[in-house]
Design a protein around this ligand. Sequence first.
Ligand SMILES: Cc1cc2nc3c(=O)[nH]c(=O)nc-3n(C[C@H](O)[C@H](O)[C@H](O)COP(=O)(O)O)c2cc1C
Length: 898
Amino acid sequence: MASERTLSTASTTTETAIPVSDPAAPSGGRRWRPPALPTLRQAWFQVHWFIGITAGTVLVVIGLTGALLAFHEEILDVMNPGVRHVAPAAGPMLTPQQTVEAVLRAGRSERISSVAVQAEPGTSARVTFVPRPGERRGDVVYVHPYSGQVLGELQGHGFFEWIESLHRWLLLPREPGRVVLGVLAICLLGLSLSGLYLRWPRNPLRWRTWLTFDPALKGRSFLWGLHSVLGTWALVMYVALTATGIYWCFDVVRDTVDGWAGQKRPPRVAAPAKPPASANAEPKAPEPAPPDLARTWAVFQQQAGDWAEASLRMPAKAGQPVQVTWLDAKAPHERARSRMSIDPATGKLSAVDRYADRSLGARALSTIYPVHMGTYFGLPGRVAMMLASLGLPLFAVTGWMLYLDRRRQRRATEAARAAHGQGVPTAVAGTAAETLLVAYASQAGQAERIALQSAAALQQAGLRVAVQSLAQLTPAALRAHRRVLLVASSFGEGEPPDSARRFTRLLEQQGAGTLAGLHYGLLALGDRNYARFCGYGHALDEGLRHAGAAPLFPLIEVDNGDAAALARWMQTLATLEGAEHLALDTPLADTGPGQPCTPWRLTHRECLNPGSEGGPLFELALTTDAPATWHPGALVEVQAQHAAEAVDAWLAAAGLAGTDAVHLAGQPCTLAEALAQSVLPVPPLHFADAQACADALVPLAPRTYSVASLPQDGALQLLVRQERHAGGLGLASGWLTAHAPLGTLVPMRLVANPRFDAATGDVPCLFIGNGSGLAGLRAHLRARVQAGHRRNWLLFGERHSAHDTLCATEIAGWQANGFLPRLDRVFSRDGGEHRYVQDRLRAAAGELRACVADGAILYVCGSAQGMGSGVDAVLAEVLGAEVLDALIADGRYRRDVY
Ligand SMILES: Cc1cc2nc3c(=O)[nH]c(=O)nc-3n(C[C@H](O)[C@H](O)[C@H](O)COP(=O)(O)O)c2cc1C
């Protein structure tokens, strides 16, 4: 009863409505639970995607127009060569007064509102006229700084005005436009901050996690990396853009900030209504002649000192002063403007307001525009702002793709739930101990779908099954079951999916032996391009072992939904007690066809450890006529076959003839050939004919081996340990090392292994391994020797020096030629206490630290149990978990363990 209570209690804490086959449930063992309140994370996620798919789409327009505006001055210059900049000449440039005279000479008799000049040689003067009635802006012309020629207006200026009003008001009337823009700015801030929360890593102090991602990633992982990492880069810019944007959009914000800065603005006064144009209106007075600016200019130059730009605003009425606004040559930014008023007739200075003399608050307010434009930080700031603006469409596209992918995944998961529901038999009696629990830890749904599909297949094979998310489970609840299957994906950096965090925390707190008696099988989903491939699956495996649970079979890793690994999972499930009739052809989530295998000829086979107490270790060489290349660290998947005797025995039992012609996957072959490459169906065997048998066959899962040679060696070499079980030799290792005669064509495909790739340059390398793990290490060492890189340390474990000194001649040659200054061979059974690689590593702690401090890359290849985990523990102990994490993040801890 206790176990039943545990299950039903757990089910009430579920986060989503998942049909769970629960043997304790009263009718049919399957219940729908109401959706629970979302967690904080889920709530933030909803906020993020809702804003993203609504406001995010409009923000694309703001981003694109902002990016155009960031460099619009330069674009205008390219469109208008010789207008704003002319070739610098030797003589002085025209003064403002000379400029005005030149304009009048050119026949432009409209009233001038301002003249702007720059100190930089060759820069044209800009003359702005008073707007015509009913217009907001007056005409602008540029005047040649040496000849006084009026150069006309800028082409494209109108276009950029349109772009600006799109950017600032979305082409709406100004007031509502400002408010809409303000709301959009708040949305962008919301997107940035919710995004920051959602991607907050477990180890926030590691900068690489925040700012880098591997472009080799594929699919959802790639999109996620692009979206979150580039988003982090752009975050500071978005906060700056939105904070400054909000200031302009909402008067209340602007007034508050101005108040804090001690710069209260006078209240807005509504513009007086324009008098209607009437037929008998007063005749317009002639425009006043522009004042003579010569005296004004002389006084300004004397007072201002070293200036870069100056703009002289003409008085609206006669007798008023000229307003001069200028930028010092050393001004901190483009809005650090000073002002003075000068009487044009007398040259009397009536007011001087220098930027440097203003209050801190006033100076701070003047930075808002340059911060928004990025000009405050010079060219890098402008480029950064432009890229951040251009990033908005990128985030919208990647965000939509992630959203659609998630929706697709959710639908697929719902379909799998429905399908699983149909497969559940009604009214199952019994206790949880007799029920095989299939638990999953899933972020986007793939692990859940595989769990559901596996459970459905197991149920159809006659087993009593329950499915639950780890979100609903506690380690204590597992004790109610005798057998548990777990399907676990990895998220973040080899971390648990969000739904499994609580379970993982509780598991870490379990004492040794608390789960004794529990048997589990684990399928770890991951992507080999991540530093911690299947990191969470392995952590879960270790946690369960530590708590005393016993594995039913070694953990199975799945790289990117690899069909072969999933087929291996199904085959392994079929070996479980009670699952003999499991339908091996059950389709599992997202399995796709892999790369095709090509035939390699087996040309050489040699036992490297005759007389060894351990299994014989063979060196194999294979060649192909097809072009083939690989990097040190690469893997091969071998499409193994059954020994001919095993096939003959099966045919005899089934009463079928091996010579019968059949089609397998569309290809003609004999039934014996078809059987050799397939899982041999378990009795009772009832096939109508040979083709019916071929149609029911499921291909054998390929076996993965590390490549032990380089393409330059002329052959692909493998080190294969011959496995022996109660039923005879292991399928693949037996075929490769004993059954397949020399000359056999072995179907294989090369698989890149980016996380066990070669080091670039002459960095020191520490190679650690045991047994057949020498394969991966040997390929690396050969590459290092060929490149002339000598700083190599090999730490390698085997059993007896008398029989297991593998590759002795080759390794001695490296030593003699100075390519292996340090070699530690550890023979665990050479007498006395058993000593292992990890013990030697601990004893060499000082050298290990020095080696790591020298920038070494650590390679570990060999068995995951014992050696792999032992070395990992010693590295953490000697270097500290932080340093080890940093090594992983830097790609300096490369493992190929199995
Ligand atoms: C953001 C993100 C981070 C990931 N991190 C890892 C990782 O550290 N190690 C790994 O092997 N796989 C990693 N993966 C790959 C997933 O584990 C893999 O795609 C898995 O099939 C997803 O299963 P799910 O849909 O059940 O979450 C990551 C995927 C994503 C999207």
